[in-house]
Design a protein around this ligand. Sequence first.
Ligand SMILES: [Zn+2]
Length: 354
Amino acid sequence: LRAFLVFASLLFSTSAAWAGDAVVRVHVADAAAVRLSGDLAYEGKRIRGDGRDLRVTAAGDNLVVAGDRDPGTVAVDGGGLVAVDGKKYRGALRLFARKGRVQVVNDVPIEQYLASVLGGEMGAAWPEEALKAQAVVARSYALAKAAASKTRPFDVDATVLSQVYKGVAGEAPSTRAAVDDTEGKVLTYGGKIVEAYFHSCCGGRTEDGRALWGGNLAYLSSVKDKYCDFAPDYFWVYRIAPGELGKRVGLGSITAVKVLERAPGGRALRVQFEAGRADKVLDGDAVRRAVGYAKLKSTLFRIAAEGGQYVFKGSGSGHGVGMCQWGARAQAEQGRNYREILKFYFPEADLDRL
Ligand SMILES: [Zn+2]
């Protein structure tokens, strides 16, 4: 038994060290040219350590650094902060070229990455327990993505495609505290770190992840949420003329619209548009993309014909899967802690420490 305990504690300490050392590879720029500033060094050589900016461009799949054509990847580690087009980042940068464009990847320790993501995705002024819940969700998402991205040049994007990351500008004392207070904590299901999703406001019910995206996402179930009804996008309305709607979805003037199928949480999965004898069926996300993500804030909508227009009456904003941020905020304001908030939005998942 004693030997087993020693072995178990070794295993534990190994994984704990791994979590603390984990680095997230964030794709922070894709541009024809970028400007680097800071105390720069690459491949062991100092470059332009005179405080001036360094311009990097691309010729095909080759980088051009300060006018020198340099094949392969350039790693920049200033030992401090390096700025890309004025945005400051911690950790190291890797630059490479693809088809005439400079790609910049920031290799940043996960806890520093998270302190920035919390500012970008939630806001430094949000309640402490909501920020802590967001820290666990964002940490789980990033580690799950990193485990699945080993053969790709980066793990996550710096935009809403993954999680919004603004480098040092996203950090604040409150976001650093939320990350420190939950250090190494992740959501797991069946012993594996889960891709923990979140969105702005669920509109009263979160969505079943499997119904939207398929796959083995049993921990993303639909829960009723009474907490987010004060959110700015809890209800919204968007009106559009039949001709304009037809143009957006690639048909003539629309004569009928019908939601053919809904997910367990109520979101539109398939929508049929008719224009005379022509018709088209789009999935819910394709409808949002066609009409505009800012106009249709979610797929939790009904569509009615009113006064010669089509009227989308919707609830919430975002995909609706996982944690509802506005609901988490209300729960925190009502005295619930981050463990309770996570259990509410991820009832099947466990909260574990790496
Ligand atoms: Zn909600």
